[in-house]
Ligand binder design. Sequence first.
Ligand code: F3S
Length: 101
Amino acid sequence: MTTVVTDNCRGCRFTDCVTVCPVECFHYDDQMLYIDPDVCIDCSACIPECPVHAIYDESEIPEDKREWIEINATRSRETPTCADKMEPLPGAEARKAELGY
Ligand code: F3S
């Protein structure tokens, strides 16, 4: 089992999730974050931290977001580690409102 970042993160990248992670499982690109399933200890601490509800436990991920399990596994191997909070992406607040949060 692992924890998975999904499409609501894209265009936001608030990184509140990173601040509570006890291991360095988060990776980033210029759009969003991804969780390395081999590093994640499945503590779920990050799930309630995301202001746009982008993070799910793998066992609870909605059917239409299941593709993100593989995307996280793949992209986390291709991208650098995110160990510290970063500035949200430009337009993050607008996207958050668009998502209904
Ligand atoms: Fe993305 Fe939410 Fe973390 S927007 S960077 S999953 S706090």
